[in-house]
Ligand binder design. Structure first.
Ligand code: GDP
Length: 196
């Protein structure tokens, strides 16, 4: 399984709906608040340190980035949200592009929402869950789990499962430092991409 994800290669980026790749094959997308650990999670999954630029600067990730795994399968990195500094006009452009992408794209089989385990689900995460949850299976990935004790990680997973309340949606934790939880993330992504 790991070998599949390690084949990921950067393909292209889209800023407008018209720049999206044709709606075909199987895709999974990653979303999350800026700084939640989304780029690190994608790099961990694909075993490539530099595939996704870990974001230090707002604006840098304001693009939909596509990565191919093979001819049929892609990973999609969505722009991080929650940066107060993003101008209003830009934000409303992104809201439109992203909601169209998330709600209408046939190829999209699942959405991973990356959440810093110490912060828990924010209002913005919750809004995304409520918007996309009815039409797409979600996986809430609680990152930076190495920052908490094992029992606190377990408790946070249970609390999040309770908050998400939908049989289609799942929750797991990940540490990109020690790779704890990577198997579960891999399994979920492989199921969506029809790899297993
Ligand atoms: P993004 O903005 O969501 O793409 O977040 P990044 O992947 O750039 O990560 C934000 C910060 O969190 C960086 O300093 C990372 O090194 C750190 N980080 C990400 N994942 C982990 C993790 O699992 N454990 C720890 N301790 N730090 C992490």
């Amino acid at each position: 399984m790991a070998i599949f994800f390690s084949q990921a290669k950067y393909l292209t980026s889209a800023f407008e709906l018209s720049q999206l790749l044709p709606d075909e094959g199987l895709e999974i997308a990653f979303a999350g608040r800026s700084n939640a650990g989304k780029s690190s999670a994608i790099n961990c999954l694909t075993r490539q340190k530099g595939l996704c630029k870990t974001s230090k600067t707002p604006g840098r990730t304001q693009l939909i980035n596509f990565f191919t795994i093979d001819e049929q399968r892609k990973l999609v990195d969505l722009p991080g949200y929650g940066f107060a500094k993003v101008p209003k006009k830009m934000r409303s452009h992104w809201d439109k592009v992203l909601s169209a992408f998330l709600l209408e794209r046939e190829a999209l089989k699942g959405l991973v929402i990356v959440v810093d385990i110490r912060r828990g689900i924010s209002d913005l995460d919750q809004a995304l869950i409520e918007m996309v949850g009815p039409v797409l299976p979600l996986h809430i990935l609680l990152t930076k789990s190495d920052k908490l004790s094992r029992s606190a990680v377990k408790a946070e997973i249970m609390r999040t499962e309770h908050a998400v309340k939908h049989a289609q949606h799942t929750v797991s934790s990940l540490s990109t430092l020690n790779r704890q939880g990577l198997d579960q993330l891999e399994l979920r992504c492989s199921q969506w991409l029809d790899m297993c």
